[in-house]
Ligand binder design. Sequence first.
Ligand SMILES: NC(=O)c1ccc[n+]([C@@H]2O[C@H](COP(=O)([O-])OP(=O)(O)OC[C@H]3O[C@@H](n4cnc5c(N)ncnc54)[C@H](OP(=O)(O)O)[C@@H]3O)[C@@H](O)[C@H]2O)c1
Length: 271
Amino acid sequence: MFRSLIRARSQSSSPLVTMSSITQRGNARPLSEAAGSHSRDKILVLGGNGYVGSHICKEALRQGFSVSSLSRSGRSSLHDSWANDVTWHQGDLLAPESLKPALEGITSVISCVGGFGSNSQMVRINGTANINAVKAAAEGGVKRFVYISAADFGVINNLIRGYFQGKRATEAEILDKFGNRGTVLRPGFIHGTRQVGSIKLPLSLIGAPLEMVLKLFPKEVTKIPLIGPLLIPPVNVKSVAGTAVKAAVDPEFASGVVDVYQILQHKTTPS
Ligand SMILES: NC(=O)c1ccc[n+]([C@@H]2O[C@H](COP(=O)([O-])OP(=O)(O)OC[C@H]3O[C@@H](n4cnc5c(N)ncnc54)[C@H](OP(=O)(O)O)[C@@H]3O)[C@@H](O)[C@H]2O)c1
């Protein structure tokens, strides 16, 4: 019955102003089957305007949660209707003060902030920026923290050393500050539809068949020196989003490091 209900979103009177601008707030959205038990959960997605982050925002809204996002550019450039139901904050994790207003009243944080560049840039964005967020969330009394990290690719790790150095440093900070209320997802290649400007890249054309084949191999093959990590199955962005939301709101969800094979077990809902 709850599925069919529409609830008017309350227009908060408290200012949500962050570094420079805010945001659009929707007026109505569906309540999900989960809303009864989790309706008080407020999820902040760091990097909610990115590829993985936008799928996480969409999935969390679909389940009836209150969703906000913070990134340097603020509102998503996507014109999809769900984007109107997200509260968009503008801020920079490398300037942690800009994160504080967005953390007010937040119960769970999911960080999708990460990226590539020079070695030192990769340490900063995958490590320093996220470590700032973990510290601010812990100080702000956030209950659960989820981080989209990355699977280990063996010797390939050496080619993008700063990326993995940053990822692992953030993971350690989460486990230290959040203990069994922190979750680290370690996907390999994430396939799905990636929006680049006005173009939708169908990454699943390659990713989906590879996922189907590679997940038939036992997990142990990925431990074979050199070629093993290349056999890590890609995973659909919807499975990553569903797993991240579950980790963010379900106290019974296993904390700690969640590998590709656990993410693959997540049943996605057709959109
Ligand atoms: N895509 C994959 O196949 C894959 C595989 C394994 C792991 N991952 C990990 O999954 C996460 C998400 O990946 P993605 O592909 O969705 O990346 P993406 O599309 O590039 O999204 C990154 C997000 O981070 C935000 N951001 C970057 N620097 C920031 C800062 N200093 N402060 C605040 N926000 C910042 C960006 O928005 P602004 O530019 O507006 O700030 C953007 O929303 C990353 O950590 C990545 O390493 C991805």
